[in-house]
Design a protein around this ligand. Structure first.
Ligand code: HEM
Length: 324
């Protein structure tokens, strides 16, 4: 009897709690901006295109920004926040310092969408998700286009420690890479297909020096050429392409792995030629651009779903670099 009374009381209390006190867990959706700001997506596309025409690498940088956003406390625009007296942001974490770029393009997009929508309705986190997709489709062609889910809100804080703990390092071995992806709810296939992001862009000598001097599963001529611009000492910031076609989103990255020409140690860990499951995926993607395109889109959407802030959580920032 007592139990029944307690249950009844709980039900009555629950119905009396004002609805504004219950945070909503709204889902992301494809058509989130269709009513509130239909101009948003076309504006993002045209500004990404303009930026890529100006500098091809920026497409790679925008793709990486979305990845680094999502892997640190979810896709919440936290990577874009500058340090404040209350927190150290993610920009100075190991993987990001002197490395992540594209902030000016994001600022430009944000100003343009806010102007078109008359007020800030498009989050910085969504801008990153759309700009990443558009970059890939512009540099790779229409088969790399996928439908982004939208409706993320922006974080009100960021954490350098969380970025250091969560972003994978180029010296990681396969088990470390897989474990890192698994802590983000991603699996081996996601790891292999999302690493295909290295089909575009560049890396600094400091991130592949160890590989070209110490690794054994590297093509000797490939290593020797890289050592010219990345010597044992000095040249930390000299750049090399992540694959032979760094401005084209394609399957060249996977082909290179078959010939021990992965630039980063972490890249080559995906293909060791020892018959691991990841070997088969690398082989598949190396000669099936459609399988790569399809699976890349699926895994990007999965990555884009990492802990988004929705409903009454977070905010829509006025300026992507600062909390409101
Ligand atoms: C699997 C673990 C990963 C590791 C260890 C890793 C590591 C790195 C490193 C060290 C660089 C070069 C940074 C520099 O030298 O300044 C880089 C560049 C890049 N990464 Fe990754 N990455 C990983 C996964 C990914 C994923 C999942 C994506 C996207 C889906 C991605 C996209 C990129 C892009 C596009 C660049 C070039 C950026 C530019 O040129 O500005 N990476 N990554």
């Amino acid at each position: 009897m007592i139990f029944h009374l307690q249950s009844l009381l709980l039900i009555v209390m629950a119905t009396l709690v004002p609805t504004f006190m219950i945070p909503t867990f709204a889902q992301l959706s494809h058509d989130y901006y269709d009513q509130v700001c239909p101009e948003a997506l076309p504006i993002i596309y045209s500004l990404v295109k303009e930026a890529i025409l100006h500098e091809k690498r920026i497409g790679a940088s925008l793709l990486r920004l979305h990845f680094h956003d999502c892997f640190v406390n979810g896709c919440d625009g936290s990577v874009l926040l500058d340090d404040t007296p209350f927190f150290l942001g993610e920009k100075t974490a190991f993987a990001n310092l002197n490395s992540i770029r594209g902030f000016e393009v994001v600022d430009k997009i944000k100003a343009a969408v806010d102007k078109a929508c008359k007020h800030p309705v498009v989050s910085c986190a969504d801008i990153l998700a759309v700009a990443a997709r558009d970059s890939v489709a512009i540099l790779g062609g229409p088969q790399y286009w996928y439908r982004v889910l939208l409706g993320r809100r922006d974080a009100r804080n960021a954490s350098r420690d969380a970025a250091n703990d969560n972003l994978p390092a180029p010296f990681f071995n396969f088990q470390q890479l897989l474990a890192n992806f698994q802590t983000h709810g991603l699996n081996l296939k996601d790891l292999v297909v999302l690493s295909g992001g290295h089909s575009i862009g560049l890396a600094r000598c400091i991130n592949f020096r160890d590989r070209i001097f110490n690794d054994t599963n590297i093509d000797p001529k490939f290593a020797a050429t890289l050592r010219e611009s990345c010597p044992r000492r000095g040249g930390d910031n000299s750049l090399a392409p992540l694959d032979a076609t760094p401005s084209k989103f394609d399957t060249t990255y996977y082909k290179a792995l078959l010939y021990k020409k992965g630039l980063l140690h972490s890249d080559q860990e995906l293909f060791k030629g020892d018959g691991w499951e990841s070997d088969s995926l690398v082989k598949l993607y190396s000669n099936d651009p459609y399988a790569f395109a399809k699976d890349f889109g699926v895994s990007m959407i999965k990555m884009g779903n990492l802990k988004p802030l929705t409903g009454s959580y977070g905010e829509i920032r006025y300026n992507c670099r600062k909390v409101n």
